[in-house]
Design a protein around this ligand. Structure first.
Ligand code: PFF
Ligand code: NA
Length: 453
């Protein structure tokens, strides 16, 4: 195999990787998806399984992916191939890289639609279209926003353009700087909303909903959803973290950065839950409302708050930016693969990917209007993209990565790369060999109905 002459880009600052990886992790997954799937799966028990999956599967797999990226210095496909051939193993393992890249692309195809919601709600806030609306109006506004394909398509197209614009510019120029002020801003916004929730009357109920364990509500489907969400929320098995890891300077500690990213991501998700559910309960809304949950509930709170319009605008600015720092990470794998292997410029790679993405995401967008009836087994295209990636591709990809690192590679490869003390290394190895794979398998087998737990 040939190595490229030109040195691979690296993060500029000491915090570059942590910020970019946190930017990738913290996104719509935390603020939009976590509350609504928690609502759909009945709360506490789901949250507990999700937290267990973050710790037992997400953290070890994230360390593994970053190590693959940094050791292989390439896109998921190239990096995995380099690392396995270095250990004298079959290059066929790079199929895991292909699956990850495909998953990243599929996720982005529906992610831009949701990010489009965020942008369109920002616009509604700015132009005062939400003022004075009650619960029923909010539902109607969400439905109306989806009904017109030109309206919805305008916003998802805008997100696609912005994503490609940033990625086309390169690794450091856009990504590294934007996240450093956006992340603190979002945390402040969430704290204000939690503060509001405490006084809105629904806080106690929200707290119990999220944190009281009720074994009866633990379904196989909910457990698989929690596992899939652990991958989704940490940007795992979809190329993003691995590719960002390929730009990581060799002296940075992989374990420490992994923990910072995982903790930040988890805190933002829990904060989002504590901000949103009090509003849901105080207004007698249904927590299982589905993907529209935050767009129907948060604007209600903003209206009732002093300076609510201002806070509402700030919030949707933050949410939109959080979406962008995640969306750029999803295409980075594909773009870097094209640049390294096809001899085209980064700009060309970004716009070429953008065109294909636009076509697929337009199909996903149509699921909410013209294509609402184009369903297969009860799911429309948007749902299929989400379902296939979260429930199947990411957990299977993570299983493959863990087994590959745990059993197939020469043990020196990652000992050097992770640079842990003997005990910590042994713990990591135990996790990727047994705990993470078994966790994934048990949930799979259970969900497939092969065996009942
Ligand atoms: N982690 C992102 C979120 O929680 O919004 C979503 C995501 C980003 C998934 C990047 C996959 C990915 F490669
Ligand atoms: Na996340």
């Amino acid at each position: 195999m040939t190595t490229t002459q030109q040195p691979r880009a690296q993060w500029l600052g000491r915090w570059g990787f942590v910020l970019a990886a946190t930017g990738s992790a913290v996104g719509l997954g935390n603020i939009w998806k976590f509350p609504y799937i928690t609502g759909e799966h009945g709360g506490g028990a789901f949250v507990l399984v999700y937290l267990a999956c973050i710790l037992a599967v997400g953290v070890p797999v994230m360390m593994t992916e970053i190590a693959f990226g940094r050791r292989g210095r390439g896109s998921p496909i190239d990096a995995v191939r380099r690392v396995v051939t270095e250990s004298g193993r079959s290059p066929l393992w790079s199929l895991l890289g292909w699956m990850a890249m495909l998953a990243g692309f599929m996720i982005l195809s529906f992610y831009v639609v949701v990010a489009g919601w965020s942008f369109s709600y920002l616009w509604k806030m700015v132009t005062g279209q939400l003022a004075g609306s009650g619960v029923d109006d909010m539902v109607a506004i969400f439905v109306a926003n989806n009904e017109n394909p030109f309206n919805l398509g305008f916003w998802s197209t805008l997100v696609t353009l912005l994503t490609m614009l940033i990625v086309g510019k390169g690794v450091q120029a856009g990504i590294e700087r934007s996240v450093s002020w956006m992340m603190p801003g979002m945390v402040i916004m969430l704290l204000i909303l939690i503060g509001y929730g405490v006084f809105s009357g629904g806080f106690g109920e929200a707290w119990r909903f999220l944190f009281s364990f009720n074994a009866g509500s633990l379904t196989s489907d909910g457990m698989l959803a929690a596992l899939g969400h652990a991958f989704f929320t940490l940007s795992l098995a979809s190329g993003a973290i691995l590719t960002y890891g390929s730009y990581l300077p060799s002296r940075t500690s992989i374990a420490r950065t992994t923990f910072s990213v995982a903790i930040a991501d988890t805190l933002v998700a829990l904060m989002a839950g504590l901000a949103i559910f009090p509003i849901i309960f105080a207004n007698g809304m249904n927590p299982g409302e589905g993907p529209g949950l935050i767009f129907m509930s948060l604007p209600l709170a903003f209206q009732a708050m002093p300076l609510g319009t201002l806070f509402g605008i700030l919030f949707f600015v933050m949410l939109s930016m959080a979406a962008l720092t995640s969306s750029i990470s999803m295409v980075e794998a594909t773009v870097s693969w094209l640049v390294d292997n096809k001899g085209i410029s980064r700009r060309t790679a970004a716009w070429g990917t953008g065109i294909v993405l636009w076509l697929v995401s337009t199909l996903a967008m149509l699921s909410f209007n013209l294509g609402a009836d184009w369903t297969l087994a009860g799911r429309h295209f948007f749902d299929w993209l989400d379902y296939l990636t979260s429930r199947w591709m990411m957990p299977l990809g993570g299983l493959g990565m863990a087994l590959l690192a745990g059993f197939v590679l020469k043990s020196e490869s990652f000992r050097e790369e992770l640079g842990l003390s003997a005990q910590w290394h042994a713990l990591w190895l135990f996790m990727v060999r047994y705990v993470s794979p078994l966790g994934i398998l048990v949930i799979f087998v259970d969900a497939l109905g092969i065996a009942r737990l």
